[in-house]
Design a protein around this ligand. Structure first.
Ligand SMILES: [Zn+2]
Length: 219
């Protein structure tokens, strides 16, 4: 069924409301989205077998994965409405990432190709296609849906980000305050996606790899 571009109505949202929700300057039309995707596909063909596999998984899924292309706004994946979910993509996104070095020594921030970000969101769509349980119950999916390496990475991420206090103590605070990236379910989803999709794509394409999830910034 592949990607299906929408300005909102197909996912139950009026364009203007969607624009406000996502903080986008503009919701772009289908033709812009198609041109953008075509460029991503050509890039993937040239650069990355993993990116090709990610796109193919979405192409073969018997339901649409919706895409909202935006100028500005919050790039992300939402598994609602199911079963395919929605990718929200700021096509003007401009990001740098910081690769890690030996013994925790960081490199400098380096520009990362913006298609990596789009493919990251596609990676979430693939997670949702392959293991929708990971997104169930507000994405607090069960641990068995993840490998032990990913559980490990999630724990390390938590300890490093909130080093002054045990992560278990912080969880209680983060849940009601609505933080996304600080919650364990989100950490697990992100690392599963990063390990299985984003990192291999970066390696194959010769793009810099963020060390941990937060080693990324605008500009
Ligand atoms: Zn993500």
């Amino acid at each position: 069924m592949t990607f299906k571009f929408t300005q909102g109505p197909e996912i139950g949202k009026a364009t203007n409301i969607l624009k406000g929700m996502m903080g986008a300057k503009e919701i772009l039309d289908t033709k812009v989205g198609q041109d953008y995707l075509e460029k991503v596909r050509l890039w993937a063909l040239e650069k990355s077998a993993t990116a090709q596999r990610v796109l193919k998984t979405i192409d073969r899924f018997p339901h649409p994965v919706y895409v909202v292309v935006m100028k500005g706004g919050f790039t992300c994946f939402d598994n609602e409405p199911g079963p395919g979910g929605v990718i929200y993509m700021d096509v003007d996104i401009d990001l740098s990432v910081r690769p890690g070095g030996a013994r925790g020594v960081y490199g400098e921030f380096q520009k990362q190709h913006p298609y990596i970000t789009f493919l990251h969101e596609c990676g979430h769509a693939v997670q949702n296609i392959e293991t929708p349980l990971q997104f169930e119950n507000s994405a607090k999916g069960p641990r068995f849906a993840l490998t032990s390496a990913i559980m490990d990475a999630a724990r390390k991420y938590g300890e490093r980000n909130f080093g002054s206090r045990p992560y278990s103590e912080r969880r209680g605070w983060f849940a009601p305050n609505g933080s996304v990236t600080g919650q364990p379910w989100s950490v697990r989803l992100e690392y599963d996606n990063i390990y299985r999709h984003e990192r291999p794509i970066c390696l194959e394409a010769g793009e810099p790899i963020r060390d941990h999830y937060c080693d990324i910034r605008q500009g």
